[in-house]
Design a binder for this molecule. Structure first.
Ligand SMILES: C[S@@+](CC[C@H](N)C(=O)[O-])C[C@H]1O[C@@H](n2cnc3c(N)ncnc32)[C@H](O)[C@@H]1O
Length: 227
């Protein structure tokens, strides 16, 4: 897959130069902090009142005693649903501290149950082992091949052998931006191209998400197994 992030821009003096519009880790953090500090998280387009698709896939591939990490969890209600289904070993990771604080406040008496990691996924040096890796709409922001490579290095390190990653991205007939940032759309072929050899794509589910504004976004959910 080519990195289509090199764009040609014109200065006011009409000089053409190349700019690479890639958010660095700190810009990425600033962008997402701004989103969660300034917007009602229940009105952002990716919000779901009930994350039923993710929940049913996690339940299908795991048991209650399994360890689960939700990377790029944002302020998603997935953790609330997992707790109510009896899951106890849950880790939430996001680059935005504000999103994690929203979740902690909302969980109230259950706020001590999940572990929280405030970090860019690409900057993680150490990570524990998990049975399940869940990602809804983080991976598709990684525009550079080296970022996707790093993401899968962290994922491979984190999953036990036989562990499952559930990665949800916009599909190729869906939007090209999410939260004001460019994304990479995925179908099976593109996901297979991106996957390293220690990870096997075992299934793809297509689904449509109805946004809080009543518009539709097409997603693919890739079920990936660590060898
Ligand atoms: C579109 S939102 C999806 C949130 C959540 N998964 C959901 O379904 O509601 C993407 C989330 O990924 C986080 N994120 C984006 N890039 C990240 C990165 N490189 N490392 C960690 N978190 C990241 C953002 O802060 C944001 O919370």
């Amino acid at each position: 897959m080519s990195d289509n992030t090199q764009i040609i821009e014109k200065t006011t003096r009409d000089t053409t130069f190349k700019a690479t519009k890639i958010p660095s880790d700190s810009l990425r953090e600033k962008h997402w902090e701004n989103v969660f500090q300034t917007k009602d998280y229940t009105q952002v387009l990716w919000h779901q009142n009930v994350p039923s698709k993710s929940l049913s896939l996690i339940e299908h591939y795991s048991n209650q005693g399994d360890s689960i990490i939700d990377v790029g969890c944002g302020a998603s209600f997935l953790v609330d649903s997992l707790i109510s289904q009896g899951y106890k070993d849950i880790t939430l990771l996001d680059t935005s501290k504000t999103s994690l604080d929203i979740v902690k406040t909302r969980l109230n008496a259950n706020s001590k149950l999940p572990k929280y990691i405030c970090s860019d996924i690409l900057g993680l040096k150490e990570i524990a082992k998990y049975n399940i890796w869940h990602d809804r709409a983080l991976f598709h922001f990684l525009l550079l091949q080296k970022e996707r490579k790093k993401y899968f290095e962290v994922l491979s390190k984190a999953l036990i052998s036989g562990g499952i990653a559930i990665i949800n991205t916009f599909s190729i007939d869906s939007q090209t931006q999410c939260a004001g940032l460019p994304i990479v759309q995925y179908d099976e072929e593109r996901m297979l191209e991106a996957l390293p050899s220690d990870l096997t794509l075992i299934k793809t589910h297509a689904f449509t998400h109805t946004t809080p504004k009543n518009t539709e976004q097409n997603y693919n959910s890739f079920i990936i197994m660590k060898k």
